[in-house]
Every structure is written in structure tokens, then in C-alpha cells.
Design a protein around this ligand. Structure first.
Ligand code: SF4
Length: 390
């Protein structure tokens, strides 16, 4: 695969981060902030300024996806979303089938804006449902209940041609039978894409502190594995096989934006704390925008951008990230991608001593053109990567 084809396959994405939430969920370590007052017009102007900044730097690229993430982008007025999409379209060539996703929470106020987002140009909604059980939603600190989640899903289905929703499983005392019942309930609500995450205890979150005090215990070991296996089987039976560790889709309904990340494509990150990867003449640069919303705003207003880190990614680090991202996918990683995007041959990156036991142990597959994970390998991907790349 030559460099140009590889670049086209991976796409070029624009990520736009809205850093505000109505309240902070106790498991969340995203760059999200609660503010009593937000000067949305000022932030909207700054987002457009940063779009201009990155468009000037990436002239000639063709945008294949735009993704509004957060935080809670469904707290943005549809006019703010429309203005950002319009600016992207004016600043870059955009693919005819450009995918434009917005993450939304199911509260009724946000669901009331769905038509406004569709009219703004959003063509895919990603709903943070998380659970279809009121007690679980209370435990997760979510502002919506199960009835609101169902109503939002019904409205999403009526409004958007494509929608996805997220759920969190492996909650405390979560039995396989309870989870499968909830999952079947979720599948009946439609959608061509589901993201299903095991609850993780991220350092610095209230859940992590509660777990450290012994007040919160999540399934681990065999039970977590059983939950994962049951999830894979139920979704495959429903026609939404996994295409990534936590993501399931009907054929053709995969998230193109996230595929750009996993296939090591380039993307710009607009807004507080957003990350980007840009490749010029075969050399990749990692970028990060200032995290604190007000500091980012001030930087954009004074300098035209909020970039605080801009580091070259050395070839061995680039090859490592290509493998770390690509091995999440069931399609695996073309060996040509490693050469095209890092300049290194596969055997310069991975030694046969490390590879052989993982292939023999049924965790990885390797042929002349691809390396990939088996289902067993994806279930323990962190250990596989540690053994492969350490
Ligand atoms: S709504 Fe999402 S981004 Fe906001 S605090 Fe909750 S999990 Fe974090």
C-alpha cells in the first residue's frame, strides 16, 4: 500500500471539543468542567478562529469527518454548531459523504435540540445513554433517567439517519443475566452502532477514591471476562459484530471519525484540551490545546490558537502508536501502514522473540501483509501490547 492510498483510507478528521457539562459524573476523567455561566458567543468565536488557524496549516487536505465531543456538546446552541460546521466547510474541501457526529446526553432539554443539530448539518448522533436502569443511572451520577434515555433514542431515530449510543457495564454487582437483559432492551431500541465500555476506575475520580476505601467494588477477573464474552456474543447475534474492542456496528455503519484515530490517520483538535496529529513529509507532529477553558480562550483571542504542546513523534514512538491503536480493530494493522507512517519496517519495530509466543498462544495473528489480534487477544489487549512492545 503506498503512502497516498494509506492516507486516503485513514481519512482526515476535525475534532471539536466543548468542555462543559451540567454536572461532573463520578467516573469521568475527561476534560469537562461545570460552570455557572458560559459566554457561548465568545467560545463560538474562538472555535472558529482555531478552525481558521488549523485550516491554514493543513491546506489541501480533504475532511472526511467532523466530531463534536466533550464535555457535553449538546449543551451548545444549534447555531454554534452550525457556525462551526459552516466554517469547516468553507475552510477545507469536505468529502461528499462527510460524517458529522455530535455527542449528546439524553436529558429532555438536549433532546429538544436534535432537529436544530440536524438542520445545522449533523448527520450522526452519539447518545450517552450509559444504562437503561434508574438505579444504575443514579449510581453513575447521570442527570437523566431510563425513560428519558428511551425517549431520546426514539427521537434520535426519527431525526438522524445514523445514530449510536454508549452504555457502561461491569458495574458493581452487575450479573451477566442482568446485563444481557439490559443489552437486549437496548438492541430493541435500534441504532446501527453501539459503544459498550466496562466501568473503569480512573485515577483522580471520585469512583477511584471510593474503590480505594473499599466502598465500591467492580467485577474483575473471570466475571469481567464473562461479561465481555457475553457482550460479544449477544451483539454478533444481533448483527452488530465488534469492529473494535468496545465498538459494534452493522456493516458499513462504523464510526469513520474514530476509524481515522485507530488507523493512525491525521486529525486536527479544536477547543480546550483537544489533541491532534498532523503528518507532513512523512513526519508526524502531536499537538495538544490548552486544557483549562478560560486559559484556552485567552490564548486563542491573543494568538489565534490555544496550542500548548507541539512535539514531533519519533519513528519508533509513531510505530508503537500505530500498533497500539490499530490492534484494537478486528481488521488488524497492514504492515505497510507502519512503513508508510513511521518509515520503519515491521521487523525493526517488533522482535520475533516477542511476537512468536503471542502468535503461538493464540493472541495475535500475522501474515505477509497484516498483524491482528484474535478475540482472546483483544480481551487482554493491554497485556498483549505490554508483551509485544515493552
Ligand atoms: S457527561 Fe460525559 S464528559 Fe460530562 S462529566 Fe459525565 S461522563 Fe464526563
Amino acid at each position: 500500500m503506498n503512502d497516498a492510498r494509506e492516507t486516503n483510507e485513514a481519512g482526515f478528521g476535525v475534532y471539536i471539543h466543548w468542555p462543559f457539562c451540567a454536572s461532573k459524573c463520578p467516573y469521568c476523567d475527561f476534560n469537562s468542567h461545570v460552570r455557572e455561566h458560559i459566554d457561548e458567543a465568545r467560545f463560538a468565536t474562538a472555535l472558529r478562529a482555531e478552525i481558521d488557524h488549523f485550516a491554514a496549516e493543513t491546506k489541501g487536505r480533504r475532511v472526511t469527518s467532523i466530531f463534536f465531543g466533550g464535555g457535553t456538546p449538546s449543551l451548545m446552541a444549534p447555531e454554534t454548531v452550525a457556525a462551526a460546521i459552516d466554517r469547516v466547510r468553507r475552510s477545507w474541501d469536505t468529502a461528499d459523504d462527510v460524517e458529522i457526529t455530535l455527542e449528546a446526553n439524553p436529558s429532555s432539554a438536549e433532546a429538544g435540540r436534535f432537529k436544530g443539530y440536524r438542520d445545522a448539518g449533523v448527520n450522526r448522533l452519539s447518545l450517552g445513554v450509559q444504562a437503561l436502569d434508574d438505579d444504575a443511572l443514579t449510581f453513575l451520577g447521570r442527570a437523566h433517567d431510563a425513560a428519558q434515555a428511551r425517549a431520546a433514542l426514539t427521537m434520535a431515530q426519527a431525526t438522524f439517519s445514523r445514530f449510536s449510543f454508549d452504555m457502561i457495564y461491569a458495574r458493581p454487582r452487575h450479573t451477566t443475566a442482568d446485563w444481557l437483559a439490559e443489552l437486549h432492551d437496548a438492541l430493541a431500541l435500534g441504532g446501527d452502532h453501539l459503544s459498550l465500555y466496562q466501568l473503569t476506575l480512573e485515577p483522580g475520580t471520585p469512583f477511584h477514591a471510593r474503590a480505594a476505601r473499599g466502598e465500591l467494588v467492580v467485577p474483575d477477573g473471570d466475571h469481567a471476562a464473562a461479561l465481555y464474552e457475553a457482550t460479544q456474543e449477544a451483539l454478533a447475534d444481533a448483527g452488530l459484530a465488534a469492529y473494535e474492542i468496545s465498538n459494534h456496528a452493522r456493516p458499513g455503519a462504523q464510526s469513520r471519525h474514530n476509524l481515522t484515530y485507530w488507523r493512525a490517520g491525521d486529525y486536527v483538535g479544536i477547543g480546550p484540551g483537544a489533541h491532534g496529529r498532523l503528518t507532513v513529509d512523512g513526519r508526524t507532529t502531536a499537538l495538544r490545546q490548552r486544557r483549562a477553558p478560560e486559559a484556552w480562550l485567552k490564548d486563542v483571542e491573543t494568538k489565534g490558537h490555544g496550542t500548548t504542546e507541539r512535539e514531533p513523534v519519533e519513528p519508533d514512538a509513531r510505530a508503537t502508536e500505530i500498533l497500539m491503536m490499530g490492534l484494537r480493530l478486528t481488521e488488524g494493522v497492514p504492515l505497510a501502514r507502519i512503513k508508510a507512517r513511521s518509515g520503519l519496517d515491521f521487523n525493526e519495530v517488533v522482535s520475533s522473540d516477542r511476537l512468536a509466543p503471542l502468535v503461538d498462544g493464540g493472541l495475535l495473528t500475522l501474515n505477509d501483509s497484516h498483524i491482528g489480534t484474535t478475540p482472546a487477544g483483544r480481551r487482554v489487549l493491554d497485556s498483549v501490547l505490554a508483551a509485544l512492545l515493552a
